[in-house]
Design a binder for this molecule. Sequence first.
Ligand code: PEP
Length: 250
Amino acid sequence: MRRKLVAGNWKMHGSLALTSELCEAVTAGKPYDVDVVVFPPTLYLRQAVLEVAGSGVGVGAQDVSVHAQDGAYTGEISARMIADCGAGWAIVGHSERRADFRESDHDVGRKFAAARKAGLTPVLCVGETHAEYTGGHTLEVIERQLAAVLEHNPIEAFVSAVIAYEPVWAIGSGLSATPEQAQHVHAFIRSQLGKKDANISLLTRLLYGGSVKAANAAELFAQPDVDGGLVGGASLNTEEFVKICRAAGT
Ligand code: PEP
């Protein structure tokens, strides 16, 4: 049985004060009948870890370096440092990083491996662009993105890992995939993992991301292969985010 998970990606938003405010609201909203993780900007990671301590709410980074070893990589932050700060999770391969920072499928595979090596739970983002969607290439894009991660990682690396299907055209656009569209792609992702290991495919949590809000969360999360959500914009609105966490628990 997969426990539902709701993850809040704050992106590059926030301040010391907002981190406190969001952490306080998310922990005050408990108990949830689901796992909840927040992904603040890295600079506020340690603060968030301390503020949610003891609540059961997890904290993760929005990205990790491809480099697993310390070294002369100015500006980079390693998975080891993130774990050292007490965070337990890391998003890898978010579409904004793939598009705006030219991260390749190969980089994402290395980041997934670096996160695993440091003991972090990776949340691997996959998803097609609008052009790929309208061209009917969704499943082949997902297959390629997953295969690249599996080139750098054995299937066992997916034990307890999380995959987030985030159609790029739905992120921050207000246009969510329909529950049926999300289910179709999630079932495909599970079948791809199942080709390697049936048991691992059944245990891996698959999140949907892309304009999730309180109004559409319950319907999306009711799909059999949708195990929760990766929430961007709505995770900065505490009332809305708490409602989404509650929707996942019903
Ligand atoms: C995201 O950034 O991962 C995301 C899903 O954003 P939004 O919820 O704003 O579409």
